[in-house]
Design a protein around this ligand. Structure first.
Ligand code: FAD
Length: 360
């Protein structure tokens, strides 16, 4: 069986930053990603990032990705497997992987899971019609492949993803007919909401999708108002003529591999779903298996980068590697993370981490 010193599953900002930290001290790193592109969510983020200055805020996501790849590209101790999905993770730190029709196993000494998250969907009649998308798929179509998903869109969800993707749709010449939000408050930053409102998008609160209408593709959507328990109120239905319904209703950490290996997980609503219990070194309850980034709780790219760096450093240190001023560097990273999570927009994550009972 193939042997590897450090295996990183997922080449998003968390995984790439963990790889950089490991390579710095001479560790041998194998990064595996199921996509053909490195970068995770950053591959489709054409907008200027919010977040922390130190983690490149105000640059476009794809440009941040370029910097991260340049920092590790061509390193003699780095091997990258793309188009390869890790489908199994076993207690003896064996990973089973599939690359097209080729199946193989890897024996790792240390594993860092940075697999990110999957998009949540809404249950409604006809939600399997062509034309019903999750927001990440819409972004991938437009920003990676240059394909317009439709001409008239209903956006569902007013978090930052719904707001930003609405703006990007408009930039691509797509009409955003309306944005509906089940809660009574806008979920994302008001600066993003104001921008799309100024461009004429009607944001309607306490409202959701009742059903999609169409035979072999979306031709219209029926929406309705919700009561306080988020139940549809009969008699409030409205039909909108759209060919696309875009759901931006949240992300769920991809913890399946961690659950397979027996790492303890806990359901924390504020962190997006099941998340692994980590110690302060980002190690799971299974020794030598680490987790960082959205897989450890839905946050943002800035925090994923910092967590990736901490996890990579801690994994290296546990294996006997040393950094210059490592205590001071780790302390600064941890303080930067705490600062990033301060303020009203970090409240949800803080509450989630509090419930998880760890200070990471
Ligand atoms: C529309 C949108 C706008 C955003 N805007 C901002 C912003 O302005 N500022 C900000 O800081 N953050 C922003 N974010 C959030 C940010 O993109 C994510 O928090 C960040 O990408 C998470 O990084 P990650 O490395 O944990 O996961 P990801 O970026 O999701 O990467 C995970 C990687 O793991 C791979 N993978 C998963 N499972 C497997 C497997 N079994 N085998 C092999 N590979 C696997 C995936 O292919 C992927 O490449 C935005 C997100 C979206 C969707």
């Amino acid at each position: 069986m193939r042997q590897a010193e450090f295996v990183i599953v997922g080449a998003g900002p968390a995984g790439l930053r963990a790889a950089k930290a490991l390579l710095e001290v001479g560790a041998k790193v194998l990064i595996i990603d199921r996509s053909d592109l490195l970068g995770g969510q950053l591959t489709k983020q054409t907008h200027m990032f919010f977040g922390s200055e130190k983690q490149h805020a105000s640059k476009r996501g794809i440009d941040i990705l370029g910097l991260m790849i340049d920092a590790i590209k061509g390193h003699e101790n780095l091997e990258v497997l793309t188009n390869t999905t890790v489908v199994g993770l076993y207690k003896d730190l064996v990973l089973s992987c599939v690359e097209q029709d080729h199946y193989f196993k890897i024996q790792a000494q240390t594993i860092i899971i940075a697999a990110g998250a999957s998009e949540k969907a809404l249950p409604f009649e006809n939600n399997d019609l062509p034309g019903v998308y999750a927001a990440g798929a819409v972004q991938t179509l437009m920003n990676v492949y240059g394909v317009k998903p439709g001409d008239k869109v209903l956006m569902v969800g007013s978090g930052n993803i719904g707001l930003i993707v609405s703006y990007q749709l408009m930039q691509a010449g797509v009409q955003v007919v309306k944005l509906v939000e089940a809660s009574s408050q806008i979920g994302g930053y008001l600066v993003h909401a104001s921008k799309i409102k100024r461009l004429g998008v009607d944001i309607t609160m306490n409202t959701s999708v009742k059903r999609a209408i169409g035979n072999d593709h979306v031709e219209a959507v029926e929406i309705w108002q919700l009561d306080e328990a988020w139940q549809g109120i009969p008699g409030t239905e409205e039909v909108l003529e759209v060919d696309t319904i875009c759901m931006a209703v949240g992300l769920a950490p991809l913890t399946e591999l961690l659950q397979q290996i027996g790492a303890k997980v806990k359901y924390i609503r504020e962190l997006g779903g099941n998340v692994a219990k980590l110690n302060e070194r980002y190690e799971t309850t299974v020794p030598n298996v680490y987790a960082c980034g959205d897989v450890a709780g839905i946050e943002e790219a800035s925090s994923a980068m910092m967590a990736g760096e901490i996890a990579g450093m801690e994994a290296a240190i546990k294996s006997g590697y040393r950094y210059d001023n490592q205590e001071a560097r780790l302390k600064t990273l941890r303080e930067d993370l705490v600062n990033l999570r301060k303020g009203p927009h970090g409240a949800k994550v803080r509450a989630g981490l509090d419930k998880l009972g760890v200070e990471v």
